[in-house]
Design a protein. Structure first.
Length: 403
C-alpha cells in the first residue's frame, strides 16, 4: 500500500453498480464521487463482477474489488439499469437475484473484516443499504446514499419499505440526491429519518465545461440517458414529430444517445410517425464521446415521466451536464428535475407526458435566440456558484466527519 494512504481514513463504497472502466456510460457519477473522496480518504469500491473484468484493480487512485455472483456468462443482472424489472419478469432471474444478494452479503462481510473501514458507504437504499446493513460488523459506521429508483420503488412495494426501515434505523448519516427523495423518506418513515445531506451527484461537471458559451446554430436537439420508460423518450419523439411538421424546422435532427430496453419500441415509433430519417439512435457512448454531442446541440431535453411502478427522475444529472456545456435545457416536472431547473431562469419545465406542451416549449426557445442565451448564461453562473470542486470536497468531508 502507498504510504500516503496509511494516515487516511478508509471509506468503503458498497454498490450494485459502478463504472466498469473510465469512460463507461454506467453511473459515471459514482467514480467522480470516489475520486473526490480519494483526496482525503482511502476509497475502496465493492461492486459486482461482470464478464471480462478483473476481480480487483486501481482506477484513478480508487481501489475496486468485485465479487462474483454466478458463472461468468450468467452474470447478467447488474449494469443494465433494470435489475428490478428483470427479477419481476423471470423466475430464473428472481433465483439469480437471491443468489446475488447472498453472495454480495458474504463478500461484503469478508471485505469489512479485511479492511476494518472507518466508514461503510452504501449506495441505493434497495438493494445496497439492505445488503450492507446485513453484513455490518459492530463499531463500523454506516452511511447511505439514495439516488432515485430505490426510494421511488418503496412507495409501491411494502416488502421493500420494511427492509429499508431497518437500514435507515442503523445508519449514522443519510444522503439524498434531491429534496424529492428526502420528502418521500419523511413521508414513509417520519421526520427522524429526514435529516442528512441533500446534494446532487455533480462531482464530474468540470469535464463538460465550455471555454465560451453562446447560441449555436447546428439544428440539433439532444437526449442523453438510458432508454427506459421513466425517461419518456416516446413523448419527445411525438413532440419532435410535431416540430418537423413546421416548415421552419423540417430539417432539424434529434440525437438520442443511450441504450436500454425501450430501444426497439422507440425505433418502431419513429418509423410509425414517419420521422425516422431525422432521429438518430446512437447507442451508448463513452463519456468523452458524449461531450462532443453536447458541443453540437442547440437544445437539450429530458422528458422524464412517472411510471406505473412509481419510478421518477431522481435528479437529472444530464441536465446539469448540458448546462455546463452551454446548452439551453427543457425538462419535465418529474421527481428532482424541478430542483435542477429554475423555470424561466436556468431552463424550461413542462408537464410530464405532454407532447403538446413540450413541442410548444421547443418552438418558443428555438425562435428566441435571446432567451436561449439568457438561460445558458444564468445556468452556467448557477452551477459555478453551487458546485465548485472545492465546495463539493468540503461538503463530503463534513458529511463523513473527516477533519
Amino acid at each position: 500500500m502507498d504510504d500516503s494512504l496509511k494516515s487516511k481514513p478508509i471509506v468503503l463504497f458498497n454498490t450494485h453498480v459502478y463504472p466498469r472502466h473510465r469512460d463507461d456510460h454506467v453511473a459515471p457519477f459514482m467514480h467522480d464521487l470516489a475520486k473526490v473522496c480519494s483526496t482525503f480518504a482511502r476509497v475502496v469500491v465493492h461492486c459486482p463482477h461482470a464478464p471480462g473484468l478483473p476481480l480487483s484493480e486501481n482506477m484513478d487512485g480508487v481501489e475496486i474489488r468485485r465479487f462474483r455472483y454466478a458463472r461468468e456468462h450468467k452474470q447478467t443482472l447488474a449494469y443494465r439499469g433494470d435489475m428490478h424489472k428483470q427479477v419481476k419478469k423471470s423466475i430464473f432471474k428472481a433465483m439469480l437475484f437471491y443468489s446475488f444478494l447472498r453472495k454480495w452479503k458474504k463478500a461484503t462481510k469478508k471485505l469489512i473484516r479485511e479492511l476494518n473501514p472507518d466508514i461503510v458507504h452504501a449506495h441505493w437504499l434497495i438493494p445496497g443499504a439492505y445488503v450492507t446493513n446485513k453484513a455490518m460488523i459492530g463499531g463500523t459506521k454506516l452511511f447511505i446514499s439514495m439516488h432515485g429508483t430505490d426510494v421511488f420503488l418503496i412507495n409501491k412495494m411494502g416488502f421493500a419499505r420494511r427492509l429499508a426501515r431497518k437500514s435507515l434505523k442503523s445508519a449514522t448519516n443519510l444522503h439524498f440526491v434531491s429534496e424529492a427523495l428526502q420528502s418521500i423518506i419523511v413521508q414513509q418513515y417520519g421526520e427522524e429519518n429526514g435529516g442528512g445531506l441533500v446534494l446532487p451527484m455533480v462531482f464530474g461537471l468540470e469535464d463538460f465545461r465550455q471555454s465560451s458559451i453562446g447560441v449555436r446554430d447546428t439544428k440539433r436537439i439532444l437526449f442523453v440517458g438510458r432508454l427506459m420508460e421513466v425517461k419518456g423518450i416516446d413523448v419527445l419523439i411525438k413532440a419532435f414529430s410535431r416540430l418537423l411538421g413546421d416548415e421552419r424546422f423540417c430539417d432539424w435532427v434529434l440525437d438520442v444517445v443511450g441504450d436500454g430496453p425501450e430501444l426497439d419500441s422507440l425505433t418502431d415509433l419513429s418509423r410509425e410517425m414517419g420521422v425516422d430519417q431525422n432521429i438518430h439512435f446512437h447507442g451508448s457512448k463513452q463519456r468523452s464521446e458524449i461531450k462532443s454531442f453536447y458541443d453540437q446541440a442547440d437544445l437539450f431535453i429530458l422528458p422524464s415521466r412517472t411510471t406505473s411502478l412509481g419510478e421518477k427522475e431522481g435528479l437529472g444529472l444530464v441536465i446539469l451536464e448540458a448546462m455546463m456545456s452551454g446548452i439551453p435545457v427543457i425538462g419535465t416536472d418529474c421527481g428532482g428535475i424541478k430542483e435542477t431547473i429554475e423555470h424561466g431562469t436556468t431552463g424550461i419545465i413542462v408537464p410530464e407526458n405532454d407532447d403538446v406542451a413540450l413541442h410548444g416549449a421547443m418552438v418558443e426557445l428555438l425562435l428566441n435566440s435571446e432567451k436561449r442565451n439568457e438561460l445558458v448564461q444564468n445556468a452556467h453562473a448557477e452551477i459555478d456558484r453551487k458546485y465548485s470542486s472545492e465546495s463539493l470536497t468540503n461538503t463530503m468531508k463534513k458529511w463523513y466527519g473527516v477533519d
